[in-house]
Design a protein. Structure first.
Length: 409
């Protein structure tokens, strides 16, 4: 069925089980699996560098062409050269110095998250929807990182009357499903389900306008780089492009970070021995009264192992489709013809005994810091390669936020 029509994979995606189905298909048919008339899933870590690395990366497939949208954001530019040119305005926003400059809002919002959890705690049931708290925290945080003082997002305080979280979740679902049948993308933008997303995009555009007119800076935020404030040769983007990029920066960073953090909390709750070991590492590193610093946090081995393991098992990224260029490519001795839409299934790779052994589907942070476990570094690279820059930047600080919010307590 998969080789006859892409609609089958679109349906599978709509069930939320695409990652499991593709893993089963690889288990049954081997390394190369046809998932559509012209689509190929390659379960091989050696394919990562050929498909995704900067020097040799391929153009994105039509899954990124969002119908007739007038303004296109960085993530949705399929052509490699155009994408790389546009990316120049983004790159400085994720340099080590830029990431370090985001530390104050991370610390401030982490403390606000702790207060939010305590405030929303049901006094009778002694329970709280941590997932919702994390979603609201992530949007507030990314609003600060993107727009600094021009951020108007306060979901932890005000809730989500604009249904921002739900709107972006529905849009992501639509993007994933219709990405398998991109000729249907135009339909999505006319569905009522996207109204709230368009409203948030307009809101992001308004915040970008306020940020551009603000003369109180300079600010350490992503908007400053998109506006070209620090570049001698800025790339001039239209108001529409700035709005889309601002909206994407917030939603991509928020959804991905909140998802990873929710998995982290879940895994630690289910594994009290791991939680105890992490707690001890934190208490030893930060005795009462000692301030938390980025350098100390990033050097804590078990903390980093916990986050890496949460990313491995709960990574929010699917296999990103690319188009094989003229002349075709050879992967593990197999010729893949030009024009084929190809991807590497991240979840399959990250839960494979070939790459993570033993017990690849279990939460074992020790596998990242102990020689007793086998870890395939090419597969680790797959996680980084598949994450857009803004998502990678957001996930990295989430290690710090987990501490400051005292999720381990």
């Amino acid at each position: 069925m998969y080789k006859l029509s892409s609609l089958r994979l679109a349906y599978t995606t709509s069930t939320g089980k695409r990652h499991l189905v593709i893993k089963d298909l690889h288990k049954k048919y081997g390394k190369f699996v046809r998932t559509g008339p012209n689509m190929l899933s390659v379960n091989s870590p050696s394919a990562v560098s050929q498909i995704y690395t900067q020097a040799n990366c391929m153009d994105k497939s039509d899954a990124y062409v969002l119908g007739r949208e007038k303004s296109i954001g960085l993530f949705f530019i399929p052509e490699r050269e155009k994408h790389n040119q546009r990316k120049k305005s983004w790159a400085p926003a994720f340099s080590p110095s830029a990431l370090a400059a985001y530390q104050p809002p991370i610390e401030r919002r982490a403390k606000a998250l702790q207060a939010c959890i305590e405030r929303r705690m049901d006094p009778v049931k002694k329970s709280v929807d941590v997932s919702e708290c994390l979603q609201h925290w992530a949007y507030d945080l990314m609003g600060d990182v993107v727009f600094s003082g021009s951020n108007r997002l306060e979901l932890m305080q005000e809730g989500d009357p604009g249904k921002i979280v739900r709107a972006t979740q529905l849009a992501t679902m639509g993007f994933e499903i219709l990405g398998e049948v991109p000729w249907l993308f135009d339909i999505m933008w006319h569905l009522p389900a996207t109204d709230d997303l368009h409203a948030f995009e307009r809101r992001a555009g308004e915040m970008m306008t306020v940020r551009r007119l603000d003369n109180q800076g300079p600010y350490n935020d992503i908007a400053g780089h998109l506006l070209g404030e620090r570049s001698p040769h800025p790339i001039h983007l239209t108001d529409g492009e700035l709005a889309v990029d601002g909206c994407f920066a917030i939603t991509a960073g928020s959804d991905s970070t909140a998802s990873v953090m929710a998995f982290l909390v879940y895994f630690l709750t289910c594994n009290p021995d791991k939680l105890g070991r992490l707690r001890k590492e934190l208490e030893d590193a930060f005795p009462e009264g000692k301030p938390m610093t980025h350098s100390t946090l990033s050097a804590l081995p078990y903390l980093n192992a916990v986050v890496d393991e949460s990313l491995r098992l709960g990574t929010p990224f699917p296999g990103l489709p690319r188009v094989v260029p003229r002349g075709g490519i050879i992967i593990d001795g197999v010729k893949v013809p030009a024009g084929t839409i190809i991807s590497v299934p991240a979840y399959t790779q990250q839960t494979s005994a070939e790459n993570f052994s033993p017990n690849p589907e279990e939460f074992i942070p020790e596998r990242w810091i102990s020689s007793e476990y086998e870890t395939n570094l090419e597969t680790v690279e797959l996680i980084a390669q598949q994450a857009p820059s803004v998502v990678s930047a957001a996930i990295s600080p989430s290690k710090n936020c987990a501490i400051h919010a005292r999720i381990s307590s």
